[in-house]
Design a protein around this ligand. Sequence first.
Ligand code: AMP
Ligand code: GLY
Length: 424
Amino acid sequence: MIKNDKINVLLLGNGGREHAIAWKLRQSPYIAELFIAPGNAGTSLIGTNIDNSLTDPDTLVEYAKENNIGLTVVGPEAPLALGVVNVFRKAKLPIFGPTKEAALLETSKSYAKEVMVASGVSTAEYEVFTDYSMAETAIPNWDLPLVIKVDGLAAGTGVIICNTKEHALETVADIFLNEKFGTAGQKVVMEEFLVGQEISAFAFVDGTNVSSIAGATDYKRAYEGDNGPNTGGMGSYSPPHVWTKTIESSIRKAVFNPVVSYMKRKGNPYTGVLYAGLIVTDSGIKVLEFNCRFGDPETQVLLPRMKTDLLQIMIDTAMEDITKIEIEWDPRPCVGVVLASQGYPGSYETNKQICGLDELDSGVNLFHAGTSISDDSIVTNGGRVLAVTALGDSFSSARDLIYKNINKIKFDGVFYRNDIAAGI
Ligand code: AMP
Ligand code: GLY
């Protein structure tokens, strides 16, 4: 526990998730300076954005020492895969996130499957392949749709759902023969297609213990009615409408506890936030994947519901003892809608001036993602540009407030889904 001193915090990342984390950390009575590497226009309003080129773990350690950083928080998966946590720990600097070895739960889908099988966690039936001919030969044995996943990190593009055998054949050829995913595609997981409500579940883990679990729902498809290509997420709400204490407790028993104990037993204890992508099927809850970080845009609806001091939780997690902290959640639902650039998740234009951000009602949270500052104005700088989120006494009151306010925000090519949290 922090006693009297305030600490400086360094946060890595530049997305909507990181703006939400920065916003929540800023509310802590224990924070002194907040630095974000590299951050976006939103984080620059509540902290100090630092050099874009600062990504190498050794350079980050130097920065942390020079700036008397008391805690470093890793937002996205890429620095985890580079081993930033290992390097900080070696330098005896507190950092929130899993080691490179524990992060394999996200960075290798075949490893995650092995862990699930070995720890008795329910998941889709699967096979792993390391070459084209074995994969090609196996395709006729699978029912359709068939899910093909590249093993490594692929920025949200590595899961391909094939409705025909021809598409499956093309996909394995793209991965193995055309090396479309580079080294991330040296292994492939083929798995059965699962049907049901998806839920993102999040818990803080200190190597041994699992905090209370919070849930959110994410809208992956670009267009209304769940049409169009998969994106990083176009909207979210929390808690999921199917969420109950019973579901939380069965997710704890069936997913988090066994995986966390297994990782510890194997000498790779997991510390940080663990995100389980779940699907509630007719035959129970199954795991689609693990991520070693918060979700985006789930964080933008989870953190407004968090009543506990996030900095204290993150320090306790980094210090490997979360037993003294009780995490409290606002029971009210939170809804969030992402404003994106026309063309996303394909190619899109940037540098469009954003207007209306000062006109939002109180109670509306504005989280920046792909934004930057150019000539004193805020401009677009990415596919997902902003997330607007709000708590409400009901899903429909939160939705009404959000859509009323989104109408005030203007930039060339803005698009968003009108059906986030509709009809629940
Ligand atoms: P991932 O990158 O693993 O989160 O997968 C992206 C999305 O693909 C998930 O959110 C699901 O919507 C979908 N998905 C992944 N695996 C399966 C599966 N076995 N069955 C059905 N949908 C899946
Ligand atoms: N919203 C999905 C993710 O963060 O992976």
